[in-house]
Design a protein around this ligand. Structure first.
Ligand SMILES: *[C@@H]1O[C@H](CO)[C@@H](O)[C@H](O)[C@H]1NC(C)=O
Ligand SMILES: *[C@@H]1O[C@H](CO)[C@@H](O)[C@H](O)[C@H]1NC(C)=O
Ligand SMILES: *[C@@H]1O[C@H](CO)[C@@H](O)[C@H](O)[C@H]1NC(C)=O
Ligand SMILES: *[C@@H]1O[C@H](CO)[C@@H](O)[C@H](O)[C@H]1NC(C)=O
Ligand SMILES: *[C@@H]1O[C@H](CO)[C@@H](O)[C@H](O)[C@H]1NC(C)=O
Ligand SMILES: *[C@@H]1O[C@H](CO)[C@@H](O)[C@H](O)[C@H]1NC(C)=O
Length: 258
């Protein structure tokens, strides 16, 4: 591998014909160049025990300048681990295959893996976790509603209410658990005027009476009498019939499509 790189470099330097004679050196790294028609792509690879800080690849084009400042190779085979609001088991430079563990401060909860390992390719796996606050975001405001509750720390409960004329759909009480509300926010829906079951059955009876009659005249008479017995107003009947009509239409459509 190393031989290949060196051979390639020698070829590259001679191919450059002196026009880019000083390939910028970076301590503790090997340089790999790749020439295309227009430009040369240069990549710095840190040697074992060192990791790269800065841009890994640079481009040398006709302007005869590298397109970025040089990277550096710092001690430690992988980048220094970081964990905001928490502790890491090791400090100082790490070697390949070293394992580290993570722990969060009080009032923070760890999200992700609580360990990671430095791999041969200078990367960490699994990726670092984060320490997330156990406090929740203030819960969402409701259209046509509001909530009660002033603290949003872990364990706190907020309760939702809707304005008059609106029904709460969803969970009324939400609890903050380790930075997350335990269910999604409810909504306030306009109350639907649906006929009461008693009205419904009175109407069914009236319709039945209408269907059983021999002629249209007595059928209508029976229908109206039944409605009066059921205590229904014409407005209520109209409304119920509209609902029936819509439902019938939907049923027909569904049948048609299936
Ligand atoms: C050089 O670049 C070409 C085209 O981008 C690519 O096909 C080739 O694999 C590269 N060679 C090396 C050694 O990276
Ligand atoms: C330099 O060019 C390379 C290859 O196009 C690119 O990956 C890199 O981000 C460039 N650096 C800067 C600082 O523009
Ligand atoms: C919390 O973690 C940070 C590291 O991000 C550390 O500096 C700080 O001292 C810790 N605080 C407590 C109370 O442990
Ligand atoms: C890395 O390895 C070297 C020798 O192989 C050893 O001296 C050093 O203590 C190791 N570093 C860590 C952080 O384990
Ligand atoms: C990491 O998490 C596992 C469970 O996922 C647990 O058994 C283990 O004790 C934890 N290790 C540390 C150092 O917190
Ligand atoms: C969330 O917490 C509240 C209050 O403890 C509880 O009433 C509700 O049932 C919980 N919801 C879910 C989805 O667990």
């Amino acid at each position: 591998m190393l031989c290949w790189i060196v051979c390639y470099l020698i070829w590259l330097i001679s191919a450059l014909d002196g026009s880019c004679s000083e390939l910028p050196p970076v301590d503790n790294s090997v340089f790999v160049g790749n020439e295309t028609d227009e430009q040369i792509l240069g990549i710095y690879l840190c040697i074992k025990g060192y990791h790269l800080v800065g841009k890994q690849s640079l481009v040398f084009d006709r302007s005869k300048e590298w397109n970025a400042s040089l990277p550096e190779c710092h001690l430690g085979h992988c980048p220094d681990p970081v964990l905001e609001h928490g502790k890491i088991s090791s400090s100082g430079p790490v070697n390949a295959s070293d394992k580290i563990t993570f722990e969060c401060n009080d009032s923070y909860v760890l999200k992700g893996s609580n360990w990671s390992q430095c791999l041969e390719d200078h990367t960490w796996a699994p990726p670092f976790p984060i320490c997330r606050s156990r406090d929740c975001e203030p819960p969402g405001a409701l259209v046509h509603g509001y909530f009660e509750g002033e603290t949003f720390t872990s364990g706190s409960v907020v309760t939702y209410y809707c304005e008059d004329g609106y029904d709460l759909v969803g969970t009324q009480m939400l609890q903050c658990i380790d930075g997350e509300w335990n269910s999604s926010y409810p909504t306030c829906e306009s109350i639907q005027e649906t006929p009461k079951p008693a009205e419904q059955s009175a109407l069914e009876k009236a319709i039945l009476a209408f269907q059983e009659s021999n002629d249209l005249c007595s059928a209508t008479e029976n229908f109206v009498r039944r409605l009066k017995e059921g205590g229904l107003t014409m407005e209520e009947v109209k409304f119920s019939l509209e609902i029936k009509k819509t439902k019938l239409k939907t049923d027909i459509l569904l049948k048609y499509h299936s």
